[in-house]
Design a protein around this ligand. Sequence first.
Ligand code: S3P
Length: 448
Amino acid sequence: MSSSIVTTQNNNQSQDLIIKPPSSGLSLQGKITVPGDKSISHRALMLGAIAKGETTIKGLLLGEDPRSTASCFRAMGAEISELNTQKVVVKGIGLGNLQEPKDILDAGNSGTTLRLMLGLLASHPDRFFTVTGDNSLRSRPMSRVVKPLQQMGATIWGRENNNLAPLAVKGQQLKPFHYHSPIASAQVKSCILLAGLMTEGKTTVTEPALSRDHSERMLQAFGAELEIDPQTNSVTIIGQPDLIGQHVIVPGDISSAAFWLVAAAIVPGSELVITNVGVNPTRTGVLEALEMMDANITKENERIVAGEPVADLRVKYGKLKACTIGGSLIPRLIDEIPILAVAAAFAEGTTIIKDAAELRVKESDRLAVMATELTKMGAKVTELPDGLEINGGSPLTGQEVDSHHDHRIAMSLAIAALVATGTTNIHRAEAASISYPNFVATLQQIIG
Ligand code: S3P
């Protein structure tokens, strides 16, 4: 029996991804690249739009989420060239100059677009904005940014006590503020820092553990004045600098590379090299977790590209063992927990993932969904209030599973399917294009 990976279109416009590994097994080989980092892509478009002069972006992620960001900022007056990976040109309109859009801003599926943008909208006096998103985004909590913005003087309305999009924003001159965030969230931190940009004085965010720091790095590169205190996980922005357009080079997304790291680690005989991956220490929790599991991963050719650390990652198959993932590691691997759950299903022993209740408010409830879908395939998974308990080593069989329209779930299940017996059909697999439009093509390439 030969392997096959095919996609089929359903009547309701959704896509099935059907994966049938050969009964003799398969191995993954090759040298691949992954698409541009999603977090950095959003920030490059946003900062480019509000800076003075021209910003060029190389390696932008062409997924649906950055497209949502680009279309929102175009609607507010920024000129952004057609999106491509070679060179996107953003003609910035300068700080404080976002125009009142004539229509509702649509952030699609993208929490980063909506939450970061809210900080900018709330701090543009005398302009009125309405923002919304898809079904998933309209059910995700916005009070985590609305409340601190209100404490700075913002005027924002929305359903459920201003928690849910659609939201309406009446821009104001905000007051500086020190926000002690109860959650380690880069979206919250970045929203407040962006609001602080146009606020006279010092605006500080202190978080309980360090979340990704791409905003801090890029704001500084664009000329903003920041004070960073690593002892207390605090960042202060000094209001009203002029941002100046820059050349941004976006590294490959480690969150996308994670699928291949786990795939090669669990498919016997595999060896993959993933080139040009961003290895910013606030994002490399997945490497540390896989190292605890004894995965055979090496970093090669480490370098700094446009202010972000980058490396090539070589991964070889090897037996995995269970581990415990929690605490301050969680924000550093927050998006990789679904694929780490797949790794855990193939590891010897019981893996515990804890302190990860944030996963319940991602594009789907990722704890519930991974527990449900992996259990269908035969994995031994128990859902915990703030995590998962996974007893590794049960053989998986191909089943009908569902992405719940969550990109990272679709791709995690596809990797699990590579080591399952029989055929797996992943419904609503088109969700992968939110962050990884070529996912299926790369999968076909490394299977040969
Ligand atoms: C992101 C931050 C994370 C992450 C999301 C992207 C960002 O969310 O899950 O995919 O670009 O700032 P939180 O900050 O809400 O944890």
